[in-house]
Design a protein around this ligand. Sequence first.
Ligand code: ADP
Length: 489
Amino acid sequence: MDPLPLYIGGRFVNGAEPTQTIVNPATGATIARAARATPAETEAAIQAAREAFDDGPWPAATAARRGRVLLEIARRLRESADRLARLETENMGKPIIESEFDVADAATCFEYYGGLATKVTGDVNPVPDEALSLTLKEPVGVCGQIIPWNYPLLMAAWKIAPALCAGCTLVLKPAEATPLTAIELARILDGIEDLPKGVVNILTGDGPDAGAALASSERVDKVAFTGSTRTGRTILRAAAESNLKRVTLELGGKSPNIFYADAAWEPAIEGALFGVFVNQGEVCSAGSRILVERRIHDRFLDAIVEKARTIRLGDPLDRATRMGPLVTAAHRERVAGYIEQGRREGARLVLGGVRPDRELAAGAYLEPTIFAGVDPGMTIAREEIFGPVVTVMPFEGEADALRIANATPYGLAGAVWTRDIYRAFRVVRKLRAGIVWVNHMQPTYVEAPWGGMKMSGAGRELGRYGVENYLELKQVHVNLNEAPTGWYA
Ligand code: ADP
């Protein structure tokens, strides 16, 4: 099995040994080997991006041309959608219908930033002088982009599309376990003549090596990271201790999903489950804390348990499957550790918590898991589990709901379900979260900003805000007064 190549300076190069084994988590079978970029290979990728930025045509290309390149990437992604979706599912384990959705979403992201390229404008500032004061927007430079394994292709799109829109060059590092669609994306990009070589470099490798090198390089101007809060902190420190590069972080969460008694019942039950079990719960915005108004708590708990029993766990390539395996066996063990801890701390396991047997035994599967009798102070109610595990807690009144909802260091997302629009908006305003859904949970749009408050991150991706993080502002003052100032008269 030939290892997957690195993509550096517009060339596919074989990495030096050793390689990383890539496993299909549904079967445990080895499906590929990926390169693990060495320090020299990482440096070569940074150098290629540096040259493409400092001496290449891309940063100065017209916005229209950059936009057309982005639209062409989108077109080719759609053309290869079936193959990409299959690869994503084989590598990551998510149900094929979710992978298809992700590939379409990735294409939409390139289309959005393709269209936005010609709409990024500066300002004329009303200074009190005979002068023209301009604010120009310029690409921030070479970007290091480090992404997680839960939405491999989509996260690559969220990072690459706005960077290219702004005129930046970049080195993208996919997560260790999920490089397949990123390398496929490199092949797609490589075929686009109008995208100069070296603008996009894709480097498979280990976080503490290749990832850390991107974060600490003096020759990288910005790092964009999606992943755990722990690693985000390491990256911020590396940026601070090197060249104070710009940093955007999209980190963990422990998002509350709040249900009032007056909420529409069926959508609420569905939303409680979809909020946390979509993508096997491996979602930064997972609604992993269900808060239910006390007077409907028991009935609501019974209803979600009953419905969760019907979730189809199985072969992720089967279109009927709604939950596949977790990304790796090691991650399943991490999640299982939390389940064990929940039991030890006295929470009541009402569903799941076990690995399915028989034909699914070889995969990294874990059944949807629901805990009741949870105290907000318990580990499972505080820490991000990043798996199909949810805690259900009762609340009594709005103040109580908000107190529990906001009582974590995270602030990525939250949802509230009620028919009372006044109450909904009161809760929206009081939730300390970057994303709040009302009577829904998880819909995500490239047109709207994404990111968290508190320890869930810094900066926002997507929408027109997303491109701003890849731009520097330059203030230009043009004197329109020909006469001397007379200062030394
Ligand atoms: P997880 O623990 O779920 O793997 P991480 O936040 O560690 O989550 O991983 C997200 C991404 O960050 C991956 O691409 C990983 O390789 C990378 N990464 C991990 N450690 C570091 C580090 N010290 N510096 C830079 N990137 C890292």
